[in-house]
Design a binder for this molecule. Structure first.
Ligand SMILES: *Cc1c(COP(=O)(O)O)cnc(C)c1O
Length: 394
């Protein structure tokens, strides 16, 4: 049977692989040769699951959203990643990677961050383990994201400004890669989504796969079956979606719906709808779909939600799109904001704007009354309060 998981070279169909400069090869190779073995060690598994339980608060509930279901005349469940410690799914991955780093004998962590969410999740686990943490962040992002910069500092991380180029995420990524090349022995680089060179996309997807593992058990309890009819998640780089889809990838009866940010409209020039607009290319060491100009320069993405404005998409998702296994829907800023506000009013849950994109599909995409639709609610909206205030003039 055809599989939608990575093969041993890190390819999902024609996407993935490791397109890296020679100087980065030893770092990636050390990780590649060890990650599967380490993840299978009982001592690793025990510590990972213990921390997910006692520190992160897993399993997160699978909540039947009664009033939302009534409104859209279908059965909607919300997987409550917003209830994870630090407010989103990202910590599932950083817990996994900090344990991986320890097993590999690393005593220093680096990361890059755009909006600061991954930086906070990384600083959190470094504090937990008492490990040195350096987070690279574009100078412009540092100015825009003051609360997350403060959080990282409180958690003991050093936030280093990237001052080259556009002074945003891609420049921070370049600085982090430079650091890793210079510190191959003692440093582990924690990447925050299912992007980057092999083995990162596969490793991060495996850490996040706890989400769909739990959904299966919880649906069995609530509906008497492990499989929903559809599982839905927003896609920035694609890690929360990879986690929600993971155990359903090779189960064709389960529909997979990936939701991207259309920003001000797919063809407005201000969007992050990678599958609709992207062409095959290489970004951060991975062959995937990315938004680029005719001559291959990466286009600056835009979305009202900082977590979705990434110009590429992880190779798993590129393959789900190209193969037709996944259904891809893009949602504008306006539709996402309204869906977020609707969840507040109908269910008493303030979602992250990223997650609101997934919630917004019900306006146009219709389901049958007895369909079971699981939405991965990737994060809570506290971090987005100022955006909600400005948008709705609250
Ligand atoms: C970072 C983030 C995302 C986007 O990242 P993925 O890797 O695509 O999951 C989505 N939702 C929330 C709440 C986030 O913080």
């Amino acid at each position: 049977m055809k599989s939608y998981h990575a093969d041993e070279r890190g390819y999902y169909g024609e996407f993935g692989g490791a397109f890296i400069p020679e100087m980065l090869y030893p770092n990636c190779e050390e990780l590649r040769q060890n990650y599967l073995r380490i993840m299978q060690e009982p001592s690793f598994k025990d510590e990972f699951h213990q921390l997910l339980k006692d520190y992160v608060g897993r399993p997160t509930p699978l909540y039947f959203a009664k009033r939302l279901s009534e409104k859209y005349n279908t059965k909607i469940y919300l997987k409550r990643e917003d209830l994870c410690h630090t407010g989103a799914h990202k910590v599932n991955n950083t817990i996994g990677q900090i344990l991986m780093a320890k097993k590999l004998g690393k005593n220093r962590i680096i990361a890059e961050t755009g909006a600061g969410q991954h930086g906070v999740a990384t600083a959190t686990v470094c504090a937990l383990m008492g490990i040195e943490c350096v987070v690279y962040m574009g100078e412009i992002d540092i100015a825009r994201q003051a609360p997350n910069v403060a959080r990282m500092k409180m958690l003991g991380a050093e936030v280093r400004p990237a001052t080259s180029g556009s002074k945003t995420l891609k420049d921070a990524t370049n600085e982090a890669i430079r650091d890793w090349i210079n510190n191959p022995v003692d440093t582990h680089y924690i990447i925050g989504s299912v992007v980057g060179p092999h083995p990162y996309p596969d490793m991060v997807a495996r850490f996040q796969s706890v989400i769909s593992e739990e959904i299966k058990n919880q649906l069995q309890e609530k509906e008497g079956r492990e499989n929903p009819d559809y599982v839905v998640a927003c896609v920035g780089g694609g890690s929360n979606a990879a986690g929600a889809f993971y155990h359903y990838l090779d189960t064709p009866e389960v529909g997979i719906i990936a939701v991207e940010a259309a920003g001000k409209g797919i063809h407005s020039g201000e969007s992050a709808a990678t599958s609709a607009l992207g062409k095959i290319g290489i970004i951060h060491g991975s062959k995937t779909l990315l938004m680029q100009t005719q001559d291959g320069q990466i286009t600056e993405p835009y979305s009202i939600s900082a977590g979705l404005d990434y110009p590429g998409v992880g190779p798993m998702h590129a393959h789900l799109y190209a193969s037709g296994r996944g259904e891809f829907i893009s949602i504008t800023d306006d539709d996402a904001m309204n869906a977020g506000m609707e969840l507040c009013k109908l269910e008493g849950i303030i979602p992250a704007i990223e997650s609101s994109h997934a919630l917004a599909i019900f306006e146009d995409r219709k389901f049958n009354p007895d369909d079971v639709v699981v939405i991965n609610l990737s994060g809570r909206g506290d971090k987005d309060l100022q955006n909600y205030i400005d948008y709705f003039k609250l």
